[in-house]
Design a protein around this ligand. Structure first.
Ligand code: PLP
Ligand code: TYF
Length: 394
């Protein structure tokens, strides 16, 4: 049996991590995988997370199973963080999942089970795992235009034109904020236009929100998700705590499914529980309990929000520094988009060949589609990157 297995394609982002690790050059710079790093290159355990873990170690008296949906207190806390009561709680079913990826996976499986003929529309480009999981599940999917490679902003006319071709019952996957991999995001007016189109055509939004607090602020980054969720009859939301709580390896996510009618929520909840049971039974608990501890304690929550805000502002400063260094080095404004983009990532819009030259000649690692992780930089490496970008002819 096992000798019949075929090799599987590597995840290009994870493959790059290995390549970086094996590079002996001391001056190498890692702008690859989407993990936040501080100026010292460390991915810290957040202060509030440390404190919540300390309390858990002291106070937790059992590690017995919790429930297929996870701890209801976790669902409540996360629903409040993401949606802030803009949707009647009675319409929302939710399950804890292993990371945001687990929530995406369960959402796709839910769609596949109930609407096997629906097409899932994904942005071009999107996080590669979206497409790879859709393919793995054998689901219909198609891309809508999103990134404008000239302006490095959103090709909004193209997006709307493509989505106008979707059929009632199709699902539109949207990034709630901080689009991965481009960093280009819709403005409020554009979000409203998307909502109108969804309603006009009977399309179902699925929102992936993995970077709340990394763009314009905790509330600001949830605004689009709240607008969509409060304006449509049905909505799926996959939320990740990996980045904004820095609990990557704890695998902490939540899938929310909003029904049109609260009378349908019990059945929806039962289906989400069922999916968890088929795939892994009980979801991971530790990260969820840490997040719940933080969100339900005023002082811990304030400290977490303050540290997250420092993180966000640090990345914003690096964006501005990089845009202005590039302006100086290139003598043009063509890199101004870096200061407009939000979140951890920006897509430079360079060819794979030039990205490879940055790696070979300068030891600068970014994903081959020219996505760079802003948090991989610090004040000292920004000018080095700017010089290398201009020297390489990007
Ligand atoms: N969705 C997007 C767009 C992401 O970039 C990520 C990345 O980490 C995730 C979901 C899920 O992350 P995790 O499964 O680590 O929570
Ligand atoms: O896009 C990223 O870099 C992050 C981390 O299979 C990640 O979302 C990358 C690849 C992957 C899982 C997570």
């Amino acid at each position: 049996m096992l000798n019949n297995l075929k090799p599987q394609p590597a995840d290009k982002i994870l493959a790059l991590m290995a390549l970086y690790r094996d590079d002996p050059r001391p001056t190498k710079i890692d702008l690859g995988v989407g993990v936040y790093k501080n100026a010292e290159g460390v991915t810290p355990v957040m202060r509030a997370v440390k404190e919540a873990e300390r309390r858990l170690v002291e106070e937790q008296t059992s590690k017995a199973y919790v429930a297929l949906a996870g701890d209801p207190a976790y669902s409540n806390a996360m629903i409040e963080l993401v949606l802030n009561n803009v949707v009647d709680r009675g319409r929302i079913a939710a399950v804890a999942t292993p990371g945001g990826t687990g929530a995406v996976r369960q959402a796709f499986e839910l769609i596949k089970g109930v609407s096997p003929d629906a097409t899932v529309w994904v942005s071009n480009p999107t996080w590669p795992n979206h497409v790879s999981i859709l393919n793995y599940l054998g689901m219909n999917h198609t891309a809508y235009r999103y990134f404008d490679s000239e302006t490095r902003g959103v090709d909004f006319d193209g997006m709307i034109e493509d989505l106008a071709g979707a059929s009632a019952g199709d699902v539109v996957l949207l990034h709630g904020c901080c689009h991965n991999p481009t960093g280009a995001n819709l403005n409020q007016t554009q979000w409203q236009t998307v909502v109108d189109l969804l309603n006009e055509k009977g399309l179902i939004p699925m929102i992936d929100i993995a970077y709340q607090g990394f763009g314009d602020g905790l509330e600001e980054d949830a605004a689009a998700t709240r607008l969509v969720a409060s304006s449509v009859p049905e909505c799926l939301i996959a939320a990740s705590c990996s980045k904004n709580f820095g609990v990557y390896r704890e695998r902490t996510g939540l899938l929310m499914a909003i029904s049109e009618d609260a009378g349908n929520t019990a059945v929806t909840q039962g289906n989400l529980n069922h999916l968890n049971r088929q795939n892994f039974s009980f979801p991971p608990d530790h990260g969820a309990r840490v997040v719940t501890t933080i969100l339900t304690d005023d002082a811990l929550r304030a400290d977490w929000a303050a540290e997250l805000e420092d993180t966000r502002l640090g990345m914003l400063r690096l964006r501005e520094q990089l845009a202005s260094e590039l302006q100086r080095a290139s003598g043009s404004d063509r890199f101004g988009f870096l200061a407009q983009h939000r979140g951890m990532f920006s897509r430079l819009g360079a060819s794979a060949d030039l990205v490879e030259r940055l790696r070979a000649e300068h030891g600068i690692y970014m994903v081959s589609d020219s996505r760079l992780n802003i948090a991989g930089l610090n004040e000292t490496t920004v000018p080095i990157l700017a010089k290398a970008i201009v020297e390489t002819g990007i």
